[in-house]
Every structure is written in C-alpha cells, then in structure tokens.
Design a protein around this ligand. Structure first.
Ligand code: SF4
Ligand code: SF4
Length: 133
C-alpha cells in the first residue's frame, strides 16, 4: 500500500517497470478495512512518533476479528481510509514507518485496482474518474 506518491511504496526504479501508477490512483489500497500490523510494525510506529510501544498500539491500532490492524478515519472518497493517509494528496504520511504489508503491496507488476481504474477511465474518457470499488 501507498508508495512514495501515495500510500503505496514504489521506489523510482521500481516505478519504471511496474504496470500501475500510484500517482494517478486515489490510494484505494489504503482504504482496505484491514491493514494488519505486527509487533515489529508497532515498534516502528512507536519509534517514529517518539512514544512507547503501548502508546503506539493504543493510538494507531485496534483489534479487528482477533487481529491487530491500523485504525481508520472517515474518507471523502471511499468512506474510510487508513488514519495515516493524507486525504487530499492521497499519500502516506508515515512512508518510512509504514507497516510491512504496505511495503510489499501489491507484490506484483500489476495492481488489480489500478487495472480496473485505468479501464474505467478509458471507458469514461475521463482521466480523473473514480469508480466505486
Ligand atoms: S500506513 Fe496507511 S497510508 Fe501508509 S501505506 Fe499503509 S495503509 Fe497506506
Ligand atoms: S491501489 Fe494500486 S495503484 Fe492504487 S495506490 Fe494502491 S498500489 Fe498504487
């Protein structure tokens, strides 16, 4: 999820070969209900914000169906989004401290949502169209 340009993390060199462009996407992957965090992720967040592990866990995460996940805020595009998404720029605000799952997403040369987004934008002849996900 979210890269240099949004919640999803592609380095410049990687962006040369992947078949999606996070800069043209409203950061759909940062609006997933569940962004799982590990103990290591919580520790990284604690260090980033200069708080204790327990404070980071309480402030930035919650339990969902038995697993620890990042908290969300309301979002004007997708109703809810990760609390660390800049909702105007559609960028991750904690890029260097983002959880492991965000670092590897989408773990492929393609992003399914981006394929869908690009297809719908071509169909609508509108480069900024955002389909319901
Ligand atoms: S921490 Fe949140 S905003 Fe940042 S990449 Fe992950 S899901 Fe997106
Ligand atoms: S949904 Fe895909 S294209 Fe959009 S920000 Fe996430 S990884 Fe990038």
């Amino acid at each position: 999820m979210a890269r240099v340009i949004s919640g999803n993390g592609n380095s410049k060199s990687r962006a040369l070969r992947v078949l999606y462009n996070c800069a043209k996407c409203p950061a759909y992957c940062c609006t997933y209900d569940r962004v799982d965090v590990t103990r290591r992720d919580v520790a990284r967040l604690a260090k980033h914000f200069g708080v204790t592990y327990e404070q980071a866990e309480k402030r930035y995460t919650k339990i969902s169906s038995g697993d620890r996940v990042l908290k969300q805020h309301q979002d004007h595009i997708f109703k809810k989004a990760c609390m660390f998404l800049d909702q105007e720029k559609r960028q991750c605000t904690i890029y260097d401290a983002r959880p492991a799952v965000c670092r590897v997403y989408p773990d492929s040369l393609r992003c399914g949502y981006y394929d869908f987004l690009a297809s719908e934008r071509r169909r609508q002849c509108d480069d900024e169209f955002i389909p319901d996900a």
